[in-house]
Design a protein around this ligand. Structure first.
Ligand code: PRP
Ligand code: URA
Length: 206
């Protein structure tokens, strides 16, 4: 299932700032932060809750808590731009890291780092990667998460290309995607059009 949030006014506003080539790194980080808060809140709608009772200063009240653990896994580097806001949204979460880098000529990603917290079948894992282009990085990440025991994995991205969505759906049909916007297509260098360029370079000013 793919959820696209492109009709959300705040998201439209932030995405346009991200796309704008004249946006500097500082404003880019701010817009990324704003978008991530909305995307994570949307993805978190799938979380299961359990009831719990609390004592207010006046009386008992029925309430809820998130059932099971929540794990955020940013794909380095660009996913790091989403991590702070994701953790702020769900402060009880754990964090795993995976480093994947696309070869500039082939656009095929290879893994250079992985460090995961304990994952059990009830853990809800949210992969953070702003750009779902060919889908190669996302598929490799989900492959590793499932090998580590994850059963519930969702993908959160700022922009997705139709090609990347199709690739992820083919390899992992059980992984829902929450995307700010589904863009038109990839160019011959496997960059998303209209896109925003290289997210990692714009985020880290490299
Ligand atoms: C970018 C982006 C994604 C990946 C998406 O990373 O952050 O991880 O490309 O492309 P794909 O869907 O075709 O795999 P990049 O390899 O540029 O590394 P970086 O984040 O370190 O800049
Ligand atoms: N990674 C990016 O940062 N941008 C793209 O358009 C595709 C992959």
């Amino acid at each position: 299932m793919v959820t696209e949030l492109s009709d959300h006014p705040l998201l439209q506003h932030q995405l346009t700032i991200l796309r704008d080539v004249s946006t500097d790194a500082s404003a880019f980080r701010q817009a990324c932060s704003g978008m991530t808060q909305i995307l994570v809140a949307e993805a978190a709608k799938s979380l299961k809750v359990e009831t719990r009772t609390v004592q207010t200063p006046l009386e008992e009240a029925e309430g809820y808590r998130i059932a099971g653990s929540v794990v955020f896994v940013p794909i380095l580097r660009a996913g790091l731009g989403m991590l702070d806001d994701a953790m702020a949204t769900i402060p009880e979460s754990s964090v795993g890291y995976i480093g994947l880098e696309r070869d500039e000529s082939t656009a095929v990603a290879s893994c250079y780092y992985a460090k995961m917290p304990e994952l059990d079948p009830d853990s809800q894992v949210f992969v953070l990667d702003p750009m779902l282009a060919t889908g190669g990085s996302a598929v490799q990440c989900v492959d590793q998460l499932k090998q580590s025991g994850a059963k519930k994995v969702s993908m959160i991205c700022v922009i997705a290309a139709p090609e990347g969505i199709a690739c992820l759906r083919e390899a992992h049909p059980d992984v829902p995607v929450v995307a700010g916007k589904i863009d038109r297509e990839l160019n011959h260098q496997k960059y998303i059009l209209p896109g925003l360029g290289d997210f990692g370079d714009r985020l880290f000013n490299t």
